[in-house]
Design a protein around this ligand. Structure first.
Ligand SMILES: N[C@@H](CCC(=O)N[C@@H](CS)C(=O)NCC(=O)O)C(=O)O
Length: 219
């Protein structure tokens, strides 16, 4: 059986959990507490960079959530989470890369500030302003679309969606000005894979010290 080393509060691990659920794949979920457990020798042997997710499938051990998503899609193609039309595939990669390259660096200072790690006020302000640009970009790509690729739930919905969940549920962003994005986000919540993997407020509160410790070690 597939094993997934994971943490309920990790959005990178959540990407993989959503994909497994969407594909109806059974997996043993192995929780890793990010309060030091990720530095234990057994876990470092799986991922020397001490991060979840790690997926083990038979003799294959994979780190990096996007690589894991690609593996799951190639190895277990039904239902597909990647489109086949060249322009659709390029769109998924573009939207995903914008999350990684543009959105993630903005989330870090906002998260740090939220958990009480000191961040310069101008850095927070810039991150908030630039985040509006990112959200507007995604909003434009959802005009008259149910999902980023019309009619198909894909990796782009997963990768962007789990980050928007942080903005909404943890950072208190108001999504209502982004009407297409807000409607899409509601649509994601209708999926069992989304409901199962969404951490509840109590889980978030309990994990705050872990989140703070992980964020402190990042520049
Ligand atoms: N690029 C990696 C990032 C993984 C990552 O940053 N995981 C975080 C949780 S979201 C983690 O495990 N951090 C623990 C640590 O840095 O010690 C991926 O996409 O899988």
């Amino acid at each position: 059986m597939i094993k997934l080393y994971t943490n309920r509060l990790s959005n990178n691990a959540r990407r993989v959990q959503v994909a497994l659920l969407e594909k109806g794949l059974e997996a043993e979920l192995i929780p890793v507490k990010l309060n030091g457990e990720q530095f234990q020798p057994d876990f470092l042997a799986l991922n020397p960079f001490h991060k979840v997710p790690v997926l083990v499938d038979g003799d294959l051990t994979l780190i990096e959530s996007l690589a894991i998503l690609d593996y799951l899609d190639a190895q277990y193609p039904d239902p597909p989470l990647l489109p086949t039309a060249p322009r659709d595939l390029a769109q998924v990669r573009m939207l995903t890369q914008v999350q990684v390259q543009e959105m993630t660096p903005l989330i870090f200072p906002l998260l740090k500030e939220k958990v009480g790690i000191s961040v310069a006020a101008d850095v927070v302000e810039t991150a908030q302003t630039q985040m509006q640009m990112v959200l507007s970009f995604y909003d434009r790509h959802l005009i008259e679309h149910d999902f980023f690729i019309p009619g198909q739930f894909t990796q782009a919905d997963i990768v962007v969606g789990v980050s928007v969940a942080i903005l909404d549920a943890f950072l208190g962003f108001d999504l209502t000005p982004y009407t297409n994005l807000a409607a899409w986000y509601d649509r994601l919540y209708q999926r069992p894979s989304w409901q199962t993997t969404q951490p509840n407020p109590m889980e978030v509160m309990t994990a705050l010290p872990q989140i703070r410790a992980v964020l402190k070690q990042r520049s």
